[in-house]
Design a protein around this ligand. Sequence first.
Ligand code: A3P
Length: 301
Amino acid sequence: PVEKWCGDDRLYQWKGFWFRPQYLLGTRQVLDKFKPLPSDVILASFPKTGTTWLKSLLYSIINRSSGACLRSNHPHMLVPTLEVQLYGPQQQSFSNFASTSSSSRILATHLPHQILADAVRPADCRVVYVTRNPKDTLTSFWQFVLKSRSYEEPWPLEMAVEKFCNGVVPFGPYYDHVLGFWKESLERPEKVFFITYEELKDDTKTQVKRLAEFLGCPFNGDGEEEVLDEIVISCSFEKLSSHEVNKSSEHSPWMRLPMSSFFRKGEVGDHRNYLNNEMVERIDAITVEKFHESGLMYGVN
Ligand code: A3P
């Protein structure tokens, strides 16, 4: 049963998190039907924290891909999202997934740990969680909403800040989402890898190496160093956003959005170009209360 309906945002609250109606149906189906395999790799994230980047990286690390696939496929077509493409409203777009998947299936989700745990823990599969500082996440989300046709009225920034701070955004509250996976990564570090967008930007190569080790496929064979370098470049924002398939203004088969919506600036600190001091102070205060007081020293700078 749904706990609350926020009509203004067309969001349902369920188990403490907010969902667009079509993804709540997908979520229910995931919980009923999804049986993860121990060899699966699950990429979990809050929206706008680097999901598309991690989809490309995980796909490339596991398949040791040279980037040819990324030139002709949008990352969201290589790694499906459970509650959207596999069990959600766009199921058709991924009907051939089972036959095209490699030995390790890579599946993505925006579901919070608090909801996903019962499905995923028993399989003991690996989970990679990416997050991003709240101010950049909010900025990226607001810009994304401006491009999205799902919202009839464009949102003023003030409204986006209000909704983000109250947690009433799809898959929100952001803070509970991050804390759920962070705590799980402390309890089960061999199975849950917690990484931030900022760490990845700062030294992509080192982080990709760590990721590959976590996934059990380290880059230590002959010639693997070159493959690693190639992967870092082929998954970079500059490279990915230059491919025709990712520049396309055509709507994606999985969302009513142009394919290009997932590539905007790809920088750390872009919130400084949008948020005023009052907004920054408000978000920082919540970050201190939610993250720092839980021991996660992240998100203010
Ligand atoms: P910005 O809006 O700040 O540019 P998600 O994939 O979770 O929806 O997140 C989208 C954000 O990641 C966008 O941030 C997008 O530009 C950025 N992004 C996409 N691909 C990237 C890449 N290869 N490297 C760095 N950032 C990337």
